[in-house]
Structure formats: structure tokens, C-alpha cells
Design a protein around this ligand. Structure first.
Ligand code: UDP
Length: 470
């Protein structure tokens, strides 16, 4: 595959920064936003992706690629998908991503030697590429796509490991303690942290070390949203004593811009135009969230009895082919709720939906991009985590930031229709829900301030640009 150094365009030669995200919209969207910001400050940015452009064109992120190519200084470089190395346990998807990234290091090395960028910015899934950066002599940073509190936990992992003789999964609901963050019930930690013998745990352990050896960790958050976590991380309280605390740069919240948004599900916006102000509950569970058939039926029943207006993004249950809506939802549901509800398959333009004045609440899986988008739109949340670090994010959102209320699953893991109806009515109609909305609006104002000319996120971003542009 050819290498094109877009840093040198039409005689305008710019220093290049290479960003290396893991696959998936949740990773690519904020990386593109940061890339666009760097370009607007005089740098050239190349985003490295595994796979072929054709593979990525089928992903929801294809429109990002389309728009990015519109700027001569923001380009994509594709490295071939390597074969999966032997020894990755069946079903350990997290270890698989880490291992595939490691197997791509020779290709990355060749590319970096050609373009010789001013900096290499790694997604944490790509931490093993820090060795390539060191070998080629390129300053290596991490672009951390979850919250600062999550970074605190990751930096503290070796301490938690030493404190506990057993896997943290054996601690059940007992809390683990990390400076700057609320106590986290052990079973709310990300799944790879729960089994110290797993390959994915070993990768996170190694990642924790690499963070400390990097030139800095760039976080998609702002201090006002997570002051305790930011102060603890920056003061080195989360880092094991034997390690150096990396410089931390909170540059967020960076959320998807309209120009690069995936516009599928565009009918949602026209429908929202017909709805009363702040009346609609939006339900969307990230780029991958799926529910069992039973859970979909409970959710539909809860929405129906709540009497609330809603916009719901639904996917077929895991292992099912893409089903038609009629096959997924209870008999007659669409007809009975047609005056106040819209259900769309797979994807909605979430950022624009949240910004729409008709939306008054958001049921979210607590993915960090979704949280930031809700904060930037001032929309209060109900937290219903599904995978990755989302259960832990919910603890931070509910206990620390106080910007969400939890939707609780029963012992069988299913959230009942009654629980849904109760929480939805509380959010949309109660004094408590109004207070949550006020707190979210205050967080929105502070986050916007952080990004403004005088804001601390902008100052952190400019500090980085100055390091790279010389
Ligand atoms: N998204 C969207 N429409 C959808 C589902 C997701 O636009 O129907 C976007 C969402 O706005 C966010 C990203 O995809 O920017 C999902 O990132 P997040 O970190 O919230 O969750 P993940 O998909 O990584 O679990």
C-alpha cells in the first residue's frame, strides 16, 4: 500500500502528527475531532487504521473518511489486517484487539520511518506500538478516549493487583478504592480487570506501565467535569510509587461535529421537529449495544406504560440476523405508540438528536462519547451500561458527577418494564428529574467554557500544538 505524506501539500509543508486509534466509531469519532483541531492549528494529521479502505467504508464511520479526505492535511493511512496470532483464547475479544495491534507493528514501523512525524498518539488498545515509537525515535503520547476517572483506575491497577491476592472478580460487590474516584464495587470494573490470569488482564497491566513511560496522556474530558480525578491523577496519587506520573492533558470534551456525522437515520430529526419542546426521551446504546428478545419486550412495555414521548434506536438481539422492526417489537406496539414514539433500526444521528430542543432525556449505555455528547447538549441521563468500562462509568456518573441516575437490572440481568417506567417518569416528570437537568446544564456551561479561548482544555491543546509544531 502506497505511503503519501500529506504533510507536504502544494508547497505548504507542515509537521505531521500520526494518530493510531483502534477500530470502531467510538474510537474513530473523537480521534477525527482532535485531528481536525490540530489541522486548524497548522499541523498535518494522518490517522492510521488497520484493514482496507473498503472494509472501513462499510462501517458507520465511513462518512468520517469521506469528509476527512476533504482536508489535504487530514488523511488516512491503511495498514493490512494481520493474521490473528496463535494463543488468543476463543471469546476474549479485548485480547484479540491488543494482539492484532501488536502483530501490525512491523507495518506501522515502516510507515513511521517514511513520514517521520513530530508525534505518535496512541489509542490504549494500540499501546504496544509505543515500542515502535521508541525504536524509530518519535515522541509517543496516549490519546485516552475514556474519562479521567477511568485513567485513574488504569494507572492504579498495579496497586490494586498488589493489594489483592485474588482476582478482583472474586471480590463480588466489595468496593475497590482508587484516589480521586468514588469506591467502585469490584464487579463494576471492566470485565478484563476481573480475572488476573486472563490475557486481556495482562495487556491492561502492561498498558498501565506504558502510560507512565509516555510523553503524556491526552484525555477527552475537562477538569470541571471530573475535578477530583483530574487533581489526583496529575498529583501522581494514582501512579504506583515506583513509576513516573505522565503529564496529563485534558483537552475535551471533543464531540462529533455535524460535518463528519454519519447521517443514517435522518428521519429522526424531521420527526423531532413535530414534537413538543423537551418532551422526548432518546434511547440509544452506543455503536454496538444489543439486547435479548426478552429485554426488548420489557423495554417496549415500560415505554408504553410510561406514556412518554420517545425515540428509540433498536438492534436485533445478538446472534440474530437483522430482523424487521415488527418481528422485534411486541405485537401492535408501533401502532399503539405512533402518536408519541419513533423506533429506528441500528443508527440515529445521535449528536444532532441530543442537540434537538425536543429531546429532554437520554437513556444511555454510558459509553464515554455518548456521555460527553449528552453533557454538551445539557441532556440528563439514565445510565444502563452494557459492556467495556460502562458499568464503571456509570458509578462515576451517578456517584461523582451526579449527572445520571441508574437503571437497575434484576438478579437475572433483565431490567423490568416497571423499573423502566418508574425511572423514565422520574427523569421526565419529577422535581428530582428537573434538578438533574439543571446540574447537567451547569456541567454543559462549564465544559463549553473549558473549550473557549480562555478555557483550560484549549490551553492544554495549544500547549501540545506548540510542542509539535516547532
Ligand atoms: N452513535 C451514533 N448513532 C448511533 C449510535 C452511536 O451517532 O445510533 C455515535 C455516538 O454519537 C457516539 C459513538 O457513536 O459518538 C459511540 O461512542 P460511545 O463511546 O458512546 O460508545 P461505543 O459505541 O464506543 O460503545
Amino acid at each position: 500500500m502506497g505511503v503519501s505524506n500529506k504533510g507536504n501539500c502544494g508547497g505548504d509543508s507542515r509537521r505531521m502528527v500520526v494518530m493510531y486509534p483502534a477500530p470502531g466509531p467510538g474510537h474513530l469519532i473523537p480521534v477525527v475531532e482532535f485531528g481536525r483541531l490540530l489541522v486548524s492549528h497548522g499541523l498535518a494529521v494522518t490517522i492510521v487504521q488497520r484493514g482496507l479502505p473498503a472494509d472501513n467504508a462499510t462501517a458507520p464511520a465511513s462518512s468520517l473518511h469521506g469528509d476527512a479526505s476533504a482536508s489535504p492535511f487530514l488523511s488516512f493511512h491503511y495498514i493490512p489486517e494481520p493474521p490473528l496470532p496463535a494463543g488468543v483464547p476463543e471469546g476474549d475479544h479485548v485480547a484479540k484487539v491488543f494482539e492484532l495491534t501488536r502483530a501490525s507493528n512491523p507495518e506501522l514501523r515502516d510507515f513511521l520511518r517514511v513520514v517521520s512525524p513530530a508525534a505518535l498518539l496512541l489509542d490504549f488498545f494500540c499501546y504496544s506500538a509505543a515500542d515502535v515509537g521508541a525504536e524509530v525515535g518519535i515522541p509517543t503520547y496516549f490519546f485516552f478516549l475514556s474519562c479521567t476517572a477511568s485513567l485513574a483506575v488504569l494507572l492504579h491497577l498495579p496497586v490494586l493487583h498488589a493489594q489483592n491476592a485474588v482476582s478482583m472478580g472474586d471480590l463480588g460487590g466489595q468496593p475497590v478504592h482508587v484516589p480521586g474516584v468514588p469506591p467502585i464495587p469490584a464487579n463494576d470494573l471492566p470485565a478484563p480487570f476481573l480475572d488476573r490470569t486472563s490475557l486481556s488482564y495482562q495487556h491492561f497491566f502492561a498498558l498501565s506501565k506504558k502510560l507512565c513511560e509516555s510523553r503524556g496522556v491526552i484525555v477527552n474530558s475537562c477538569r470541571s467535569l471530573e475535578p477530583r480525578a483530574a487533581d489526583a491523577v496529575i498529583a501522581g496519587l494514582c501512579t504506583p510509587p515506583s513509576r513516573t506520573t505522565p503529564p496529563v492533558f485534558c483537552v475535551g470534551p471533543l464531540v462529533q461535529s455535524e460535518e463528519v456525522a454519519d447521517k443514517r437515520g435522518g428521519e429522526c430529526l424531521a420527526w423531532l421537529d413535530t414534537q413538543p419542546k423537551a418532551s422526548v426521551l432518546f434511547l440509544c446504546f452506543g455503536s454496538m449495544g444489543r439486547f435479548s428478545a426478552e429485554q426488548i419486550k420489557e423495554l417496549a412495555a415500560g415505554l408504553e406504560t410510561s406514556g412518554q414521548h420517545f425515540l428509540w434506536v433498536v438492534r436485533s438481539p445478538p446472534g440474530c440476523d437483522e430482523l424487521e422492526l415488527d418481528a422485534l417489537l411486541p405485537n401492535g406496539f408501533v401502532d399503539r405508540t405512533k402518536d408519541r414514539g419513533l423506533v429506528v433500526m441500528s443508527w440515529a444521528p445521535q449528536r444532532e438528536v441530543l442537540e434537538h430542543g425536543a429531546v429532554g432525556g437520554f437513556v444511555t449505555h454510558c459509553g464515554w462519547n455518548s456521555v460527553l455528547e449528552a453533557v454538551m447538549a445539557g441532556v440528563p441521563m439514565l445510565g444502563w451500561p452494557l459492556y467495556a468500562e460502562q458499568r464503571m462509568n456509570r458509578v462515576f456518573l451517578v456517584e461523582e458527577m451526579q449527572l445520571a441516575v441508574a437503571v437497575e437490572a434484576g438478579e437475572n440481568g433483565v431490567v423490568t418494564a416497571e423499573e423502566i417506567e418508574g425511572k423514565v417518569s422520574w427523569l421526565m416528570n419529577s422535581d428530582g428529574g428537573s434538578e438533574l437537568r439543571e446540574r447537567t446544564l451547569a456541567a454543559m456551561r462549564e465544559a463549553r467554557e473549558a473549550l473557549s479561548d480562555a478555557g483550560d482544555s484549549r490551553a492544554a491543546m495549544l500547549h501540545l500544538v506548540q510542542q509539535w509544531i516547532v
